[in-house]
Design a protein around this ligand. Sequence first.
Ligand code: MRU
Length: 367
Amino acid sequence: MKNTINVQQSIWLNTENSQIIEIIDQRFLPHQLIIEQLKSWKDSEIAIREMHVRGAPLIGVTAAYGMYLACLEAKNYLKKDSFFSEVATTLKASRPTAVNLAWAVDRQMKLIRSFKNGTELIAASLKLAQQISNEEVENSAKIGQHGLALLQPLIEKKDGRPLNILTHCNAGWLACVKHGTATAPMYAAHRAGVPIHVWVDETRPRNQGARLTAWELSQAGIPHTVIPDNTGGHLMQHGLVDCCIVGSDRTTRTGDVANKIGTYLKALAAHDNKIPFYVALPASTFDWEIRDGVKEIPIEERNPEEVKFIQGLHEKNIIKVLVSPAESPAINYGFDVTPAHLVTRLITERGVCQANETSIHELFPEY
Ligand code: MRU
C-alpha cells in the first residue's frame, strides 16, 4: 500500500509489474487515500463484494481485470474449465445489481473459451481488460459532451446564474474509471466555464454522496452542497433545483432504471415539480434481456449493520458509531427501480434518447 495518487482515475495497471492491478480503496475516502494492490482474482472479488471499489462501470472493469488475474493463476490448475467457471460465477455473484459485472465477465469468458494456449491467453485477457477500461473512459467522456449539450437550454435560461443540479450517490470518476457518468456533464460544464452548483444527496446508508461525490467535486473546484437524503423534495418545491442527473446500475431495454436506493423518491419529487430527471449511463449498463425493471432486476440486500452504524472521522481516526438501538432490526436494500415514465432523458455515449424501447433501440439498433 502507498499513499499517493497519480491521476483522477480509479483503477490502473501497476507500472512496474503487469501482474498487479491498483485501485483506490474507496472505503476510507474522503479522509484517507489508500491505494490497494490486487494480486489474485480473489482479491478482486473481495474488493467488489466489500466495496473497496463500487459503481457499475468500475465494478465491471475490476471484474475484467479479475478474470485476467485468474488467467495468470490458471496455469497452476489442471481442470481449467471448471476453474474459470467457478471464478466467473463467484465474481458475478459478488454484487448482483450492476449488470456491468456480468457483461465484463462474459466478455472475458468468451475470450477464454476461444484459447487453447495459456501464454497467449494471458496476453489477450490483459488486452481485453484494458480495452474494457479504455472503452468506459471514452464512453464517460462522450456522455459528458452529450449531457452538456442537453443542459444548454437550461443553462441559457439561467442567464449567467449557476445551474443547480441535484445528484444521488456517486456516479463520478470514482464509480467509473475517469470522468464519471452523472458527473461527466458537470465536469464538462465546469471546464466550459458554465457556472454550476451541485446538490449532493448524502446517500445513506454508506454515504457515497457525502463521502465520494463531495470529495470529487471539491477536488475539481465545483461548487456543491451536501444535503440529507430527504431534502431534495423541499428544494424542488422552492425552485432551487433546475435538473437532476443520476447514474444507473442496470437499465432495461424499455428504460426502467435501477440505481442507488432513494433514486426513485427523487424521480417522483422531480416529476411532481416538473423538473427534468436525467439518467447518464454507458451501453454496458443496459440489460438487453429484460423489460420490467421492478419485477426483473435483482436488488442487492446488504448487511443491516450498514444502516445501524455510521462511519466518520474522530480525532484523526476513522471510526464507526451505532445510531439506532443495538437490538432494533434494520434492512438494507442497495438499489431501487425508477420506472421509465419518470425519466426525462437517458444520456449515453451515443447521444440522448427518451426512456422507452423505440428511442433506445434507435441509438442501439444492434441489441
Ligand atoms: O452501491 P454502489 O456505490 O456501487 O452504487 C453505485 C450507484 O448506484 C451509482 O449511482 C451507479 O453505479 C452509477 S455509477 C456510474
